[in-house]
Design a binder for this molecule. Structure first.
Ligand code: SAH
Length: 221
């Protein structure tokens, strides 16, 4: 086995030990070359279970976090899923590998451009959009699943509106530094939701009209 293949296999064992039980999710993670999504300087750390820096002061999420969010989505092949926060494109690739129709939005042009190239290179078919994901992507709504990979102060109402009946939204909610992962399940075709708390996580802030202000617009001092 090559060193990359054995590092990837070790990561999958580790995710299993940490409680990831959905075999389809583990398989999808095993199929995506994470080293393609991290900057050159960090390629040797691609299969560590840690978040790593990417361009624009952002991060590629920790594999465990990607696994738990993907598992929490409980998505079936063929479903339409909207991701807010493309970043490196890694989470989008894992979702595509699960057989989902993936739509992803990023606010930084440089990140989106690089993610597009990576996804294309590894043969992942994902629809990408440059913009503020807190307003969703109405052109392709509704979505069976929505996953937000940045921390929000509250649930953006536009995302609830773009959720299909019985849809699920996975989103970290809380402060700028720390959040609780929430799983929001739409009850049938109503405006009622069940909400489940999956515990504490640290995400970069979700910045936009229905979330936090830009970093450089925050008060100094
Ligand atoms: N899913 C990514 C994680 C990236 S970190 C991955 O697998 O690599 C979160 C990303 O959300 C950052 O790239 C950040 O720029 C982006 N982001 C923050 N607010 C956003 C918004 N309102 N709309 C779209 N993207 C946003």
């Amino acid at each position: 086995m090559s060193s990359t293949a054995s590092a990837r296999a070790e990561l999958i064992d580790h995710l299993r030990e940490r409680g990831i039980t959905d075999e389809r999710v583990l398989h999808a993670i095993a199929m995506v070359p994470r080293e393609e999504f991290v900057p050159t300087a960090f390629k040797h750390r691609a299969y560590e279970d840690s978040a790593l820096p990417i361009a624009c002061g952002q991060t590629i999420s920790q594999p465990y976090t990607v696994a738990i969010m993907t598992q929490a989505l409980q998505a079936e092949p063929g479903m339409r899923v909207l991701e807010i926060g493309t970043g490196s494109g890694y989470q989008a690739a894992v979702l595509a590998m699960l057989g989902l129709k993936v739509f992803t939005i990023e606010r930084h042009y440089d990140l989106l451009h690089a993610a597009r190239q990576t996804l294309e290179r590894i043969g992942c078919n994902v629809a990408t959009h440059l913009g503020d994901g807190t307003v969703g992507w109405s052109a392709f709504a509704p979505y069976d699943r929505i996953v937000v990979t940045a921390g929000a102060p509250e649930i953006p109402s536009a995302l609830l509106r773009q959720l299909a009946p019985d849809g699920r939204l996975v989103i970290p909610i809380g402060g700028r530094e720390q959040q609780n992962m929430q799983v929001v399940v739409k009850i049938g075709d109503t405006n009622q939701y069940d909400v489940f708390d999956y515990g504490e996580y640290k995400f970069v802030p979700l910045i936009g009209r229905n979330a936090w202000e830009r970093d450089d617009a925050a008060p100094q001092g």
